[in-house]
Design a protein around this ligand. Structure first.
Ligand SMILES: [Zn+2]
Length: 418
């Protein structure tokens, strides 16, 4: 374990392993938001926050927050954190690494006797992963003031209403507006990369440039169900043919956009179905869903325009109809704050760690916090890019390095304009 760091990597690691053990024993590692195990994890976290001398509360949006007031409280707040909930059969690092890194930073700064000018807050955002209510980033949405009324009425399979569930974990939906913050001067989130860039490049930390925007498009082609043996090729109206051409097109254009080096772009067709779905029947209907992600909205707009034109053309060529071309969801990319990125880069250099710019292909709480405050993220390498699985792994030294970089950046930020 690297020693001369501004944090205690051993203590951080022990915390991480301890929280990971609060799991459904039959499905490690599972600590779903709003479940009894989630409450248990939070109770333990709360005790750890308090043991670190943090004044601890749950805000109206259900976020667990530990705070130490600064010497100049009017200077505003530096916030650090992530989420403690997991996907079913997830890992030990996604989210929890960021919460416990934040705790370790607060603890180390206090123990070093350094008095920050800013208030320092450590946060565990409520339900970052898609919850049983079909919604993700519940706490950070609430903090950003973008939780919609209709979302609060979502129900889980047991019939519980989301607003009730938020109250049940200590939030207060009737006062949700109080969760919205205007005092955060900087937000930092540490997270495992969930990809291979850092491991392959043997780089200590990734400094996130932007969190991708995600657009999901549903396309349905309609043709005619005919006998696969007796219908000649030139008389067919095969709905799968334009869908297959679309798949080839999506792959080709995505690679073309990547080659422009104008930011991350990825596109996937993860859902495809044909009806009626018999080996001896020409498909009457084909439905695909395209998930496209980019940190550059211009690339996304070009992709969507070309997808629209080409899918219409593919339908025409195969004498089918493009019955549906719908945006199921569409979010813009979120840029991380340039000043905080610079600070993180300098901090990494000062501590002797290598760093690289990297886009986040996954969503994070920081994307919501960025709506109300300058926000930045540090990625640490994770083994073989594996995440949302029990094999998820980050080395103790990697976790310590990423945490130390944020600790250093917090100290530097606190001294700016002093
Ligand atoms: Zn996460």
């Amino acid at each position: 374990m690297t020693s001369n760091l501004p944090i205690d990597g051993r203590r951080l690691w022990d915390d991480l392993i301890h929280l990971a053990e609060i799991t459904d024993p039959a499905k490690p590692y599972t600590r779903r938001s709003f479940s009894p195990l989630f409450d248990e994890g939070r109770l333990w976290l709360r005790q750890r926050f308090e043991a670190a001398g943090l004044e601890t509360r749950i805000d109206a949006a259900g976020n667990l927050i530990g705070r130490r007031a600064g010497s100049e409280p009017a200077a505003g707040t530096i916030m650090i954190g992530s989420h403690s909930d997991t996907v079913p059969s997830g890992g030990r690092f996604d989210g929890t690494a960021g919460v416990l890194a934040a705790l370790e930073i607060a603890r180390s700064i206090a123990q070093s006797g350094t008095a920050l000018r800013h208030n320092l807050e450590v946060i565990d955002f409520l339900a970052e992963e898609p919850s049983e209510f079909g919604l993700s980033c519940i706490g950070s949405r609430g903090m950003a003031g973008v939780m919609e009324e209709r979302m609060l009425a979502y129900t889980d399979p047991s019939g519980e209403v989301l607003s009730h569930a938020i109250d049940r974990v200590g939030g207060n939906v009737s006062a949700l507006a109080t969760a919205r913050r205007d005092d955060i001067k900087a937000f930092f989130e540490l997270h495992i990369e969930q990809g291979l860039v850092l491991q392959d490049g043997k780089i200590d930390v990734g400094i996130v440039t932007a969190i991708v925007g995600i657009t999901r498009i549903e396309v349905v082609f309609k043709g005619s169900a005919d006998h696969a043996g007796t219908t000649p090729m030139h008389l067919r109206r095969d709905a799968f043919t334009p869908a297959a051409k679309t798949a080839v097109f999506v792959d080709r254009v995505a690679r073309e956009l990547v080659a422009r080096n104008a930011g991350l772009f990825v596109a996937t067709i993860g859902i495809a179905s044909v009806a009626p779905g018999a080996s001896n029947v020409v498909p009457q209907e084909a439905r695909i869903i395209i998930d496209a992600r980019s940190e550059n909205r211009a690339l996304m707009d070009e992709f969507l325009a070309r997808l629209d034109t080409e899918t219409a053309a593919f339908a025409k060529e195969s004498r089918t109809e493009r019955a549906v071309f719908a945006r199921l969801s569409d979010t813009n990319p979120t840029a991380c704050d340039a000043g905080l990125r610079e600070l993180l880069r300098d901090s990494a250099r000062a501590l002797g760690f290598s760093s690289t710019d990297i886009a986040s292909g996954a969503g994070h709480d920081a994307a919501f916090v960025a709506r109300i405050a300058p926000s930045a993220m540090v990625f640490i390498p994770c083994r073989d890019g594996k995440s949302h699985a029990p094999e998820e792994w980050a080395e103790p030294d990697a976790l310590a390095a990423g945490t130390a970089v944020i600790a250093e950046a917090v100290l530097r930020f606190d001294r700016l304009d002093a």
